[in-house]
Design a protein around this ligand. Structure first.
Ligand SMILES: [Mg+2]
Length: 175
């Protein structure tokens, strides 16, 4: 890991990849969008449906915004995800195919601990329980706007998303 640059933590599922849309194609819409978990996602769901990770659309403008961000902040990215180990190759390919900046991919169920060990300068995350843990670890978090994380902030939308009520990345042009 190159440590002479600052490091930005980027989450994958529902921060840069619209995994929930793929889950909902299979299981139907979440009955309560303000709740993080789809009630029908059971153990083994993702192993049975790896296409959820493979087919997830990148949020429009996310890759371009991250390229711009790391250039502006002279930083590197580390992708930190709670995806299972079997999904590592799929995820690396997905990042590359969708034009995301190069960066190590670390899979862990204790993402805040990894972030702390790496001294990340900030985290981009959507999941309420991860946001809580990161904040408790003293890490600055920028929140990808989702229906279930309204009480956290600062929140933003990627520049190509429909609503333009967020901030931070929205000033970035999509190239
Ligand atoms: Mg996520």
């Amino acid at each position: 890991m190159r440590r002479w640059k600052k490091l930005i933590y980027v989450d994958i599922c529902n921060t840069i990849a619209d995994v929930n849309a793929e889950i909902e194609k299979i299981l139907g819409p979440r009955p309560v969008p303000e709740e993080y978990f789809h009630p029908l996602v059971t153990d083994g769901f993702f192993l049975k449906h790896p296409e959820v990770f493979i087919d997830a659309a990148p949020f429009p403008g996310a890759a371009q915004s991250l390229h711009r961000l790391i250039k502006d902040l002279n930083s590197d990215i580390v992708y930190i995800s709670a995806r299972p180990e079997w999904a590592k190759k799929i995820t690396i390919s997905w990042l590359k195919e969708n034009g995301f900046p190069d960066g190590d991919l670390i899979l862990s169920t204790d993402k805040a601990a990894v972030a702390k060990d790496l001294y990340v300068s900030m985290a981009i995350e959507d999941a309420p329980f991860e946001i809580e843990k990161l904040k408790a670890a003293g890490i600055q978090v920028i929140v990808k706007s989702q229906p279930y994380n309204k009480k956290y902030g600062p929140r933003f939308l990627w520049p190509g998303e429909k609503q333009r009520s967020g901030r931070f990345f929205c000033s970035y042009e999509v190239k």
